[in-house]
Design a protein around this ligand. Structure first.
Ligand code: SAM
Ligand code: SF4
Length: 439
């Protein structure tokens, strides 16, 4: 049997795409190798959101090239966003790559890699199809991703995603509910809905099937066995009252919203084409916290967008102080080819960007720490995911608010009540109170 290994870079969407690549490869009769060294077919699922992602992948690709020089029977497959972004020159620049395809072509992997793992060299095709309903190999039996849409219709000036993942296509609600029911029958307790802009879901569907994200949450909440529903990422511009109402109504919808801010300056937000202002974001954040008791709010922030002044950066810090996020992913602006922002004058110097990032991280961590401290003594519902990264005797799980909790005396897949006894900006630690439910 030929063996494959998939190396994944990038976001949760890519992790999920890899589950489907693995499912497809196994349906073609390939087995999984635990490392790229042992594999006959080396698959890379790539990311290109920032330059760092490109660099990380590049060094792994060079390792694969060296492996292929030693053993020319190895097949090198490059899928994902980077692959799509360099499709016109990929084979010229990297002639040792056998097969490459974009994120919209996963469903056609079977055409490319034939039974037994034979690969017709150099096949490439740009995205065209929705790859929703494919075999997948999930990592954990009790958690699943449900991709509700692909692509993005926004035109954020810094972002390469729309050009590599195409226009937004939503999957019909009936298909999504059926998939959730199948997951539940397989023992899934927690669903994470995935899309580049989840809360614009449904607008592109034919009139007879059109509905909104709030109604999708309600329909999935009604699926027996699904105890937790998460989603990522919503866009602030599409966070309608109906979605907030669904949070209140649906017992399974978790008290966590990841609401990407990007910048706290209305002028920069306009240059980013985010289509909301600083005030609208802050008002929305307060509205969400008022509507959903115990809500955790997390965000993405970019520092050093072209033309960002010290005063405008200070406005970002001020919004982070005011909203007091539970956590944030903080990024240094990275010019991406083909995007409008990459062509803007006034690119910010690297040392200025790095210094701003450090100041931002200090604010974010201070608030994350303070918000986690507020949970000391409280009892949290935790879904146990598996052993902690550093100590196999300690288990790691997540609260409904998506905070990591370390605990003992629990099994993966259990939902348990945990009294929180210690908190840092990153992690909670607690003691199990009583068994809330078992698998
Ligand atoms: N569609 C999602 C959204 O709008 O929030 C996720 C997009 S992207 C995978 C995740 C984050 O990467 C974005 O929210 C943004 O903060 C960041 N990002 C995107 N392009 C970037 C760039 N050129 N430089 C730095 N950060 C970037
Ligand atoms: Fe990129 Fe903006 Fe679309 Fe998110 S909403 S994927 S940041 S273009």
């Amino acid at each position: 049997m030929r063996r494959y290994n998939v190396t994944t870079f990038g976001c949760q969407m890519n992790v999920h795409d890899s589950e489907r690549m693995k499912g497809l490869l196994e349906s073609l009769g390939l087995g999984e190798a635990t490392s790229p060294e042992e594999a006959d077919v080396l698959v890379f699922n790539t990311c290109t959101i920032r330059e760092k992602a490109d660099e990380r992948f590049h060094s792994r690709l060079m390792d694969a090239r060296a492996a292929k020089l030693r053993d020319p029977s190895k097949v090198i497959v490059v899928g994902g966003c980077w692959s799509e972004s360099v499709k016109d020159e990929l084979f010229e620049l990297y002639p040792f790559v056998d097969l490459a395809y974009g994120p919209g072509n996963i469903s056609r992997l079977g055409e490319f890699i034939q039974a037994g793992g034979e690969v017709p060299r150099g096949h490439f095709s740009t995205f065209d199809e929705f790859s929703g309903d494919l075999p997948m190999r999930r990592e954990r039996p009790f958690q699943a991703w449900l991709q509700i849409s692909q692509g993005c219709n926004s035109t954020c000036s810094y972002c390469i995603v729309p050009s590599v993942r195409g226009r937004e296509q939503s999957r019909p609600a009936a298909q999504l509910v059926a998939e959730a029911e199948r997951f539940a029958s397989e023992g899934v307790r927690e669903l994470t809905l995935l899309g580049q802009n989840v809360n614009s879901w449904g607008r592109d569907l034919p009139v007879a099937e059109r509905s909104g994200f709030g109604d999708l949450l309600r329909a999935l909440d009604a699926v027996p066995g699904i105890e937790r529903i998460r989603y990522t990422s919503p866009h602030p511009k599409d966070m309608r009252d109906d979605v907030i109402a669904a949070h209140r109504e649906c017992a399974s919808v978790c008290e966590h919203v990841h609401l990407p801010l990007q910048s706290g300056s209305t002028r920069i937000l306009r240059a980013m084409r985010r289509t909301y202002t600083r005030d609208r974001f802050v008002t929305l954040a307060h509205k969400l916290r008022d509507a959903v008791p115990g809500l955790a709010l997390t965000t993405d922030v970019i520092v050093g967008f072209p033309g960002e002044t010290e005063e405008e950066f200070a406005e970002t810090l001020a919004v982070c102080e005011e909203v007091s996020f539970d956590h944030a992913f903080t990024f240094i602006y990275s010019p991406r080819r083909g995007t409008d922002a990459a062509r803007m004058e006034e690119q910010i110097a690297e040392d200025v960007k790095r210094e701003r990032l450090e100041r931002l991280v200090e604010v974010i961590q201070r608030h994350a720490h303070a918000r986690n401290q507020q949970l000391l003594g409280s009892v949290q519902e935790v879904l146990v995911e598996g052993p902690s990264r550093t100590d196999p005797d300690v288990m790691r799980g997540r609260t409904r608010t998506n905070k990591t909790v370390l605990l003992t005396h629990a099994e993966p897949g259990e939902i348990v009540s945990v009294r929180i006894e210690a908190a840092t900006s990153q992690t909670l630690r607690g003691v199990r109170e009583r068994i809330a439910a078992t698998v």
